[in-house]
Design a protein around this ligand. Structure first.
Ligand code: PEP
Ligand code: MG
Length: 585
């Protein structure tokens, strides 16, 4: 093989931060991609179904062994694999495949392939990116059954005995959880994204990972030297000497900074001139509270509550919700828990009654709109929150607010819920802080009116960037345009922050923008009181805040609004904050 003349740079999505350098190890899995269709006679239907059931059973057993052997630090994520267990028996996959064998008289492999693509299409129509990316879970479960059907030996990650970087088309959460940290330095995949369960596991393992590279398995050969830059979502293949040298230093610096940050993570985040910021964790499951605590979080700035509503035929009842919220609040008391009400659209009723298709689900009946259309479901959640608020410090956060009416109506429902609880002699607390998520440009523009109705704003930049710049946040083809430092976004942020300060309303941020070190001077300069992020980012962000002067950042922000592009803005940040940020960002 002739060596490459120049290094190759591949851009993907940062699945988990950190840098590693090493030899590539291709995870090769053939045999399940090409599925043939053939018809079976009526008298073979029964045996074909039992062949399918056997394969599904074996796949399920394999998964339950993985769950049993889960290392201690991953136990908090066992819910991910438990969900896969449920998917193994889910109507839309398991049930559908059997139905297809029966009705179309086709082989089990083909039926499974068909059932999988139909289930994935249902997820694809969901506007919420977190839920949309759950189609990856369907794919992982289906792959596992398929391998058992076809009789292909699964690749066993725990058998790898060299210090390598894995290069795979895709890795399932179950496979990722098998990674032995003393052997595998990091991994990269063609598929997957930030919200994938695979990256959640990678972040918990604190192993660098870049996902969504599309063609990594084609470009990279076994034993190629590669650099994985999980901070920037970039992979460098066959780096030249200068790049190698630079990355070796960057990696050392990153590790040193990380160790430093972890040592001080339970200390408050106070800027060099004494401005105190709350650095909070985003969670999706009660179990993740432990990670937030371990990383020094000052509370929960965003509890995404969708998870409890997924993969089940009925909505959860009030008792179940109450128990979960109570558990969360008791685990972190006296620090606050910000519970965001259901952020989901009509398509959530995946397993119940299907709702009509929406041409533009991101602009459709999602989040608060969905909840206000289904007041019974909404009120059940509000009642559970009010009851849990009797056990600790809870804040209520409303997603995708686009006008004042939505807040008025929510307050009416809250009052009704409180009256009912009073009549029923339940303990509850109606005096909870109410916040509006600012993630639609209209809400940023009317922040002064909203400020009359709420106690705090929490800016959801993931959506605010999407709606302001008209960029589908999960569409890879326009991902290059997605940048929270776009001047239009910065101006909206400034508008909201200034209004909040003028109106005496607190202003927080819980979108991904808050977790990027390079954005910190802007966020500090705008006067955000709290930032909330994936728990693993907390120590580094706290550490960096301590190095920045808040008054200086405020002067700096006055000038940043005049920048003409995101590139100019980034350049301006780098020129001003230089070494402090860029080497670790
Ligand atoms: C956001 O939009 O920034 C946000 C935090 O909410 P989600 O990512 O759940 O849409
Ligand atoms: Mg959002």
């Amino acid at each position: 093989m002739t060596p490459r003349e120049r290094e190759i740079i591949l851009n993907g999505i940062s699945g988990s931060p950190g840098i590693c350098i090493g030899k590539a190890y291709l995870v090769d899995r053939e045999g399940v991609d090409v599925i043939e269709k053939y018809y079976i006679s009526e008298d073979k239907v029964k045996s074909e179904i039992s062949r399918f059931k056997n394969a599904a059973k074996k796949a399920k057993n394999e998964l339950s062994q993985v769950i049993e052997g889960l290392p201690e630090d991953l136990k908090q994520h066992s819910y991910i694999l438990e969900t896969h267990m449920l998917l193994h028996k889910d109507k839309m996959l398991y049930g559908k495949a059997i139905e297809i064998i029966e009705s179309e008289k086709v082989n089990a492999e083909w039926a499974l392939k068909e059932a999988t693509s139909r289930a994935k299409a249902m997820f694809a129509n969901i506007s919420d990116p977190y839920l949309r990316s759950r189609s990856a879970d369907v794919e992982h479960v289906s792959d596992c059954i398929m391998r058992n059907l076809v009789g292909v030996q699964d690749f066993n990650i725990s058998n790898i005995d060299k210090r390598v970087i894995l290069v795979a088309h895709n890795l399932s959460p179950a496979e990722t959880s098998q990674i032995q940290l003393e052997r595998i330095k990091g991994f990269i995949t063609n598929r997957g994204g930030k919200a994938s369960h695979t990256s959640i596991i990678a972040r918990t393992l604190e192993i660098p990972a870049v996902l969504g590279l599309e063609n990594a398995t084609e470009v990279i050969k076994n034993d190629d030297i590669i650099i994985v830059d999980g901070n920037r979502g970039m992979v460098i293949v066959d780096p030249d000497e200068e790049t190698l040298f630079r990355y070796e230093n960057l990696s050392k610096k990153y590790e040193a900074d990380k160790a430093d940050a972890v040592r001080t993570s339970d200390q408050p985040a106070e800027s060099s001139d004494g401005f105190l910021m709350g650095i909070m964790g985003n969670i999706e499951q009660p179990e993740e509270i432990v990670t937030v605590r371990d990383h020094g979080g000052d509370g929960i700035g965003l509890f995404r509550t969708e998870f409890l509503y997924l993969n089940r035929p009925q909505y959860p009842d009030e008792e179940e919700l109450f128990e979960q919220y109570k558990e969360v609040v008791e685990l972190i008391t006296p620090k606050p828990v910000t519970i965001r009400t259901l952020d989901i659209n009509g398509d959530k009723e995946i397993s119940a009654v299907p709702t009509p298709d929406e041409a533009n689900p991101a602009l459709g009946l999602r989040a608060i709109r969905f909840c206000l259309k289904k007041p019974d479901i909404f009120k059940t959640q509000l009642r559970a929150i009010l009851r849990a608020a009797a056990h600790g410090y809870i804040r209520l956060l409303l997603p995708m607010i686009s006008g004042c009416e939505e807040i008025h109506r929510t307050i009416e429902l809250l009052d009704e819920a409180a009256e009912e609880l009073e009549r029923e002699n339940h303990a509850y607390n109606r005096e909870i802080e109410i916040g509006a998520m600012i993630e639609v440009p209209s809400s940023a523009l009317i922040a002064d009116a909203l400020a009359e109705l709420v106690d705090f704003f929490s800016i959801g930049t993931n959506d605010l960037v999407q709606y302001t710049l008209a960029i589908d946040r999960v569409n890879r083809h326009v991902a290059y345009l997605y940048n929270p430092l776009h001047p239009a976004v910065i101006r909206l942020l400034k508008m909201v922050a200034d209004t909040a300060h003028r109106k005496n309303v607190k202003v927080y941020m819980c979108g991904e923008m808050a977790a990027e070190i390079i954005n910190l001077p802007v966020l500090m300069g705008l006067g955000f009181e709290e930032l909330s992020m994936a728990p693993q980012s907390i120590p580094m962000i706290k550490n960096m805040i301590r190095k920045i002067d808040a008054a200086g950042a405020r002067d700096f922000v006055k000038k940043i609004c005049n920048q003409k592009s995101a590139v100019d803005t980034m350049q301006f940040i780098e020129d001003t904050y230089g070494n402090l940020l860029t080497e670790t960002a």
